[in-house]
Design a protein around this ligand. Structure first.
Ligand code: NAD
Ligand code: UD1
Length: 318
């Protein structure tokens, strides 16, 4: 059977016990795939996979994705047809504080995983890149063929990983898909870290009856994508043999301000006191918006969960 039509049945997911990883595992199981989640549980939680692990087709292995020997063992034992590489140092401020760790987890681990793939039968890799590769570009909406100019260790590492994977694709015939995730939100995103996304922080506070603090006037906007939509796209790229790789934004093309978010939450919890407004966060960008057209065309998936519906699904999960 030619490579382009070989069925993809076994999928390895690094970072599988994390926020996005656990939704990706759920989606892959829903497609009837056999899934191995690999996670060191540094920011992920076994409970995120509680539902998935009820299936005989899902297993969780605790291992370090940046450890070549460990990854070779995992690939040899499981023999995946595809790998989704999500394990990372996910916090931009932590990357600034620990550039060596950022490099190990956000660059070296990508090479380790890609190499374990090409040594075995796995010829397909999907990688979690980030809108951070665009830096402060104001050419909105951001398109994949526009300039990349990361301004953080994290963003630079994600861009380096994209380039490495492109070279792996050329040198060894891997199908490598790099998705530039925009601001992802939804159930299982941890609200308690100082680096948590604004949606999880605000949802958690409204639900607890506490007012939120807005950095600035609340007019700043982001392209918030619902994690279920994102996981559908990731799983499609990992399992559709017709997908040949490339670099794609995963976003909605819709700009949502913090004031829009607050309106939705205030309607659900009218008793919660009004927000307080503090100074702008240092280094904050005013608007971030992606162009979703390329991923829509190639993957035939839409990232269409209306923001209010996604927020209600998040609240229902808390
Ligand atoms: P998360 O922290 O929930 O998931 C990361 C997972 O990787 C965790 O389960 C963690 O335990 C695991 N991990 C970390 N280091 C590891 C290692 N060395 N070996 C094995 N496992 C390891 O965060 P998330 O939001 O689900 O992020 C998933 C991916 O998406 C990351 O690559 C992140 O950079 C990327 N991303 C996320 C967003 C977002 O808005 N959440 C935006 C852009 C990109
Ligand atoms: C994301 C990263 C950030 C990185 C930036 C640029 C996350 C969680 N943050 O930030 O580390 O520097 O991309 O690549 O991934 N806000 C409030 N009140 C709060 C929390 C946040 O007003 O309690 C505001 C922030 O100041 C910001 C907006 O909400 O204006 C969104 O913040 P956040 O969720 O951190 O996302 P990014 O700013 O996109």
């Amino acid at each position: 059977m030619s490579e382009s039509t070989s069925p993809i049945e076994r999928v390895l997911v690094t970072g599988g016990a994390g926020f996005i990883g656990s939704h990706t595992c759920d989606r892959l199981l829903g497609l009837g795939k056999t899934v191995l989640a690999v996670d060191d549980l540094s920011t992920g939680h076994r409970e995120n996979l509680a539902g998935a692990l009820e299936s005989p087709d899902c297993t969780l292995v605790e291992a370090d994705a940046a450890d070549p020997a460990a990854m070779e063992r995992v690939f040899d034992d499981f023999e995946p047809d595809a790998v989704v590489h999500l394990a990372a140092l996910v916090s931009v401020p932590q990357g600034e504080a620990e550039p060596g760790r950022n490099f190990r987890l956000n660059v070296a681990a990508t090479q380790v995983v890609a190499d374990a793939a090409r040594r075995g039968i796995c010829r397909r890799i999907v990688f979690a890149s980030s809108a951070a590769v665009y830096g402060n570009s104001e050419a909105l909406p951001l398109r994949e063929d526009g300039a990349t100019d990361p301004i953080s260790q994290y963003g630079a590492a994600k861009l380096m990983s994209e380039k490495l994977l492109r070279a792996y694709a050329i040198s060894y015939g891997l199908a490598a898909t790099c998705f530039r995730f925009f601001n992802v939100y939804g159930p299982r995103q941890d609200p308690r870290s100082p680096y948590s996304g604004v949606v999880s922080i605000f949802a958690d506070r409204y639900r607890a009856g506490q007012p939120v603090t807005v950095n600035g006037d609340g007019g700043q906007s982001r392209d918030f994508i619902y994690v279920g939509d994102l996981a559908r796209a990731v799983a499609a790229a990992a399992t559709d043999p017709a997908q040949r790789g490339g670099v794609y934004n995963l976003c909605t093309g819709r700009a949502t301000t913090l004031l829009d978010l607050i309106d939705i939450l205030a309607a659900e919890y009218p008793e919660v006191p009004a927000p307080s407004f503090g100074p702008e966060r240092a280094g904050d960008i005013r608007h971030s918006l992606g162009d979703p057209a390329a991923a829509r065309e190639v993957l035939a998936v839409t990232n269409d969960t209306p923001f209010a519906d996604g927020i209600r699904a998040l609240l229902a999960s808390l």
